[in-house]
Ligand binder design. Structure first.
Ligand code: BGC
Length: 447
C-alpha cells in the first residue's frame, strides 16, 4: 500500500508569518506585533509589518499554488484581524480578506485547511492576562463561534490551535517566543490547562455552529523519539508518551488530556509545581478530535539505559543539520505518525514538515535547492512506510509554501518552496516546487 488515493498534498503558512498589513485593514495588535516593535527580541530587529505581503498578494500566491498542483492550503486566521479587540466586534475588512482568500482557493480547486490560532494572540487580551485569565477559554470559544458561522459553509477542515508547546512552553515558560516571559511552572501549567479548556470549548463550538459537517482537529509540536536498536522498538510507544522533567514538548502533555481525558500522572512532580485543577475540567478538555495534526521536523534516537530509563544516542557525526541546526532524521516521519497512531488511533495529518536552508538566487535568477528536494524525498519515503503499515495518514503539508518570517529568527531562515525577495516581494518558485508538483501528480509513487 502507498498513499491513499485521496491523500491531501498541501503546503502551509501562518497569518503573522506571511500576511503583513500589520497596521492595515482595521486589524488589532497581536503580541507578535508588539514584540517585534520592541526591537530586542527578533534577529536584526526584523518585523513582519510587511512580511510576504500575502494580505495584498494572495491571488498571486493562490495562482502559484495552483501551478504546483496543491490540493490543499493550510493557513491561519489572525485573531486580531478578525476581532481587533479579541472579543466583541468583528472587523468587516478582516472578514472580507478571509472570505476572498477562501473563495480564491476554492475557485482554484484548492481546499482550505484553516487554523484558528497560530501564535498571534490579541494584545488587548494579553493585557488582561492572556491564557492565564480564567476567562481565556471563553474568549477563544467566542472566536471559534464566529469562525464557524462565517466560514464553515466553505471550509470543512479546522485546526483549533497550533503547537501549544511553543506558545505556552516557549512563550510563557522559556521566554523564546512572544510574549517572551518565564513564568513559574504553576502559572505556565495554568495557562496550559486553560489552553486545553479553550481547545475543548472551541472544538465543540465549531461543530455546533458549523454549516454542514466539518472535521475539527488540533496541531501539536512533536518530540519524536526513535529506537536506536531492535530491542528498543518494543518500548518506543511508551517512551514517546512518558513525561520526563518540565518538558512542554513531551508528547503526552496535550493529546493525552484532549483525547484520553487524563494528564500524565507525574505532571506536578515532573514540573516541580504545586499544580492542581478541578477534575470537572476534564469533561471540557476531552473533546474527541476528528484528527491529529502533527508537526514533525526531526527526532532523536534513544536507547535503554539498562536501568529502566532511556538515554539519548549521540548522532553519528555524518548526520546533517539544517539551517535551524536541527538534525536531518527522515525516520521521524515514520516513528512520529506511527507512535501517535498506536496510542490514539486517530487519523493523522502531517500539518508541517520542511527544511530551512541557507540559500540565495543563482546567476540564472533561479533557486536551486537539491538539499530541500532530498529532504522532502527521504522524509516522504518514511511517511509512506508508515502508511503502508496501516497508519491512517490522510495528508502532508510542506512547511512552508513560501519563505517567511521565522519568528525570533526574523527573515534569516528560508523554509519555502517559493523564494521571496523581501525588498521587491517578487516570488520565484524553487526547484523543489517543481519537484513537489511531480510528487503530487504521481501521488508519491516514485520517490
Ligand atoms: C511552527 C511554524 C514555524 C516552523 C519552523 C513550527 O513550529 O508552527 O510557525 O515557522 O515550525 O520553525
Amino acid at each position: 500500500m502507498s498513499f491513499r488515493k485521496d491523500f491531501v498534498w498541501g503546503a502551509a503558512t501562518a497569518a503573522y508569518q506571511v500576511e503583513g498589513a500589520a497596521y492595515e485593514g482595521g486589524k488589532g495588535l497581536s503580541i507578535w506585533d508588539t514584540a517585534c516593535e520592541n526591537g530586542h527580541f527578533v534577529f536584526n530587529g526584523h518585523t513582519a509589518k510587511v512580511g510576504c505581503d500575502h494580505y495584498h498578494r494572495f491571488r498571486e500566491d493562490v495562482a502559484l499554488m495552483k501551478k504546483m498542483g496543491l490540493k490543499a492550503y493550510r493557513f491561519s486566521v489572525s485573531w486580531p484581524r478578525l476581532m481587533p479587540h479579541g472579543t466583541g466586534e468583528l472587523n468587516p475588512e478582516g472578514v472580507r480578506f478571509y472570505n476572498d482568500l477562501i473563495d480564491a482557493l476554492l475557485e482554484a480547486g484548492i481546499e482550505p485547511y484553516m487554523t484558528l490560532f497560530h501564535w498571534d494572540y490579541p494584545y488587548e487580551l494579553f493585557l488582561k492576562g492572556g491564557w492565564l485569565n480564567p476567562e481565556s477559554p471563553k474568549w477563544f470559544e467566542a472566536y471559534a463561534v464566529n469562525i464557524a458561522k462565517l466560514f464553515s459553509d466553505r471550509v470543512k477542515h479546522f485546526i483549533t490551535v497550533n503547537e501549544p508547546q511553543c506558545f505556552i512552553g516557549c512563550g510563557l515558560y522559556q521566554a523564546v517566543h512572544a510574549p517572551f516571559l518565564s513564568c513559574p511552572p504553576e502559572e505556565a501549567l495554568l495557562a496550559w490547562h486553560n489552553t486545553l479548556k479553550a481547545n475543548g470549548l472551541a472544538t465543540r463550538a465549531l461543530r455546533a455552529n458549523a454549516k454542514g459537517s466539518v472535521q475539527v482537529g488540533l496541531t501539536v509540536a512533536t518530540d519524536v523519539l526513535m529506537p536506536a536498536t531492535e530491542a528498543d522498538k518494543a518500548t518506543i510507544v511508551k517512551e514517546n508518551f512518558t513525561l520526563r522533567g518540565d518538558n512542554f514538548f513531551s508528547n503526552a502533555l496535550f493529546t493525552d488530556p484532549a483525547v484520553l481525558g487524563k494528564y500524565p500522572e507525574n505532571l506536578a512532580s515532573a514540573f516541580r509545581a504545586n499544580f492542581t485543577y478541578d477534575e470537572k475540567d476534564m469533561e471540557i478538555i476531552k473533546c474527541d478530535p476528528d484528527f491529529l495534526g502533527l508537526n514533525i521536523y526531526h527526532g532523536k534516537y534513544i536507547t535503554s539505559d539498562g536501568k529502566g530509563g532511556i538515554r539519548d544516542v549521540v548522532p553519528d557525526m555524518n548526520v546533517p543539520f539544517t539551517d535551524m541546526r536541527w538534525p536531518v532524521t527522515p525516520e521521524s516521519l515514520y516513528y512520529g505518525p506511527k507512535t501517535y497512531w498506536e496510542r490514539y488511533h486517530l487519523p493523522v495529518y502531517i500539518t508541517e514538515n520542511g527544511v530551512a536552508v541557507s540559500e540565495w538566487l543563482s546567476a540564472d535568477k533561479k533557486l536551486h535547492d537539491p538539499a530541500r528536494i532530498e529532504y522532502i524525498r527521504s522524509y516522504l519515503e518514511q511517511l509512506r512506510r508508515a502508511a503502508s503499515e496501516g497508519v491512517d495518514v490522510r495528508g502532508y503539508f510542506y512547511w512552508s509554501l513560501m519563505d517567511n518570517f521565522e519568528w525570533k529568527e526574523g527573515f534569516s531562515k528560508r523554509f519555502g518552496l517559493v523564494y521571496v525577495d523581501y525588498n521587491t516581494q517578487e516570488r520565484t518558485p524553487k526547484d523543489s516546487a517543481a519537484y513537489y508538483a511531480g510528487i503530487i501528480r504521481e501521488n508519491g509513487e516514485n520517490l
